[in-house]
Design a protein around this ligand. Structure first.
Ligand SMILES: Cc1ncc(COP(=O)(O)O)c(C=O)c1O
Length: 386
């Protein structure tokens, strides 16, 4: 490895454990054993999260779609979510005939602002999608209170929040249901894959029914469906890899935290720079370390991308405000979401990243920060919990 080799954005950590399970699934996981790894993966994940039920899916998008269908979200309904987000949370809402409603984020959490959520509620609102962006935590107590007051469901999109917790409760375990992603860029991977989780017996029963093409759980009649459902199941081979990953949960999450910590020690508080804000009563799994430049520093996302590209570093931009995308009207975007998107960048983070590689990324940001002539370090509004 030379000092100029490409630094990837993310990649998974796969050991002999995952390879042995996948090998076993390929050799023996057929016929009567064709769901064995799926069930073991679900059980291990439910235990990791501390929830009653887990149902493994082909993606987090599939888990969200199934869960929203189980909540009967459909034509005429509205689902409130943050403007800063990946389109995957909004897509199932649209496919079900409902409408995503975007509200601004809080600058001190980068997640949806509960006050804005309450202002956006209408008689059509059916649910709030709480997305723990980049592993940061939504204000779950405030959102749950709003949901209770207005009779709404909380959808917890924890696709990016493996290892994150809010006041001792794991992200994904606090809403009507939660969804996780095991895409190859995530902290645990199955290549493509996801997990639906819930503590609610009725929602789980409905997901089992809808998720098997409308065949009721336990039905004996072959090929008999009483409703039109979906098929978003993971494969047994992918689940075998996932089982190995969940069994390494503590190690995988700890390493992501360590990587963040090294960036944070060297970057946070530099003139004009701020990193992932996490309340002291929360913990982040730090899926991705983010650097947000102060708007006054005059460093744009393009400057950041260009500086990283020149050093052969694959850093990615922060999500565009969803309301600014063509399918949602190409609007101006909510103000805080616009500022975050305009001045933020996701730094590379993966388990076997070396300190020397991190230091190359840090060097680029130091140079940018010094070049701004911006000498006021923004005082931290909230403590960062490491
Ligand atoms: C916030 C969020 N929700 C949902 C998803 C969808 O995950 P998947 O690619 O597994 O469908 C992602 C993917 O990155 C995401 O970041």
């Amino acid at each position: 490895m030379t000092d100029t080799d490409r630094i990837l954005y993310t990649k998974p950590s796969i050991t002999d454990r995952e390879i042995a399970y996948a090998d076993d699934a390929v050799r023996t996981g057929w016929g009567a054993k064709c769901y064995d790894y799926i069930h073991r993966f679900e059980k291990a994940f439910a235990e990791h999260l501390g929830v009653k039920y887990a149902y493994a899916t082909s993606s987090a998008t599939g888990a969200l779609h199934l869960g929203m269908a189980a909540l009967d979200i459909g034509p005429g309904d509205e689902v409130i979510m943050a403007d800063t987000n990946w389109i995957a949370t909004a897509a199932p809402v649209v496919h079900l005939g409902a409408r995503p409603v975007f509200v601004d984020i809080r600058p001190d959490s980068w997640c949806l602002d509960p006050e804005k959520v309450e202002q956006a509620i209408t008689p059509r609102t059916k649910a709030i999608a709480a997305v723990h962006i980049y592993g940061n935590l939504c204000e779950m107590d405030a959102l749950n209170q709003i949901a209770r007051r207005h009779g709404l469901a909380i959808i917890e999109d924890a696709a990016e929040a493996l290892g994150s917790s809010y006041r001792g409760k794991r992200a994904g375990s606090m809403g009507s249901f939660g969804a996780f992603s095991f895409h190859g860029t995530k902290t645990f991977t199955t290549g493509e894959g996801g997990m639906f989780v819930t503590n609610d017996d009725a929602i789980y029963e409905k997901v089992l029914h809808l998720g098997n093409h409308g065949r009721k759980p336990g039905i004996s009649a072959e090929f008999w469906a009483d409703i039109v459902g979906y098929k978003f199941r993971i494969s047994n081979i992918q689940a075998a890899i996932g089982l190995g990953q969940v069994e390494r949960a503590d190690e995988l999450i700890a390493r992501k935290r360590e990587i963040f910590h090294h960036y944070h020690e060297n970057l946070n508080g530099l003139p004009g720079i701020r990193m992932n804000p996490v309340r002291t009563d929360c913990e982040s799994g730090y899926w991705l370390p983010i650097v947000a430049f102060d708007a006054m520093a005059g460093i744009s996302r393009e400057d950041l991308r260009e500086a990283m590209r020149e050093e052969n570093i694959d850093a990615r931009v922060v999500f565009w405000p969803l309301s600014s995308l063509p399918p949602f009207g190409s609007g101006p975007g909510a103000p805080n979401a616009v500022e975050f998107s305009a001045h933020g960048i996701c730094l590379p983070s993966y388990h076997d990243m070396t300190t020397a590689q991190q230091d190359r990324v840090i060097r680029v940001l130091h140079e940018l920060s010094m070049a701004t002539g911006f000498r006021r370090s923004r005082p931290a509004k909230i403590a960062v919990n490491l």
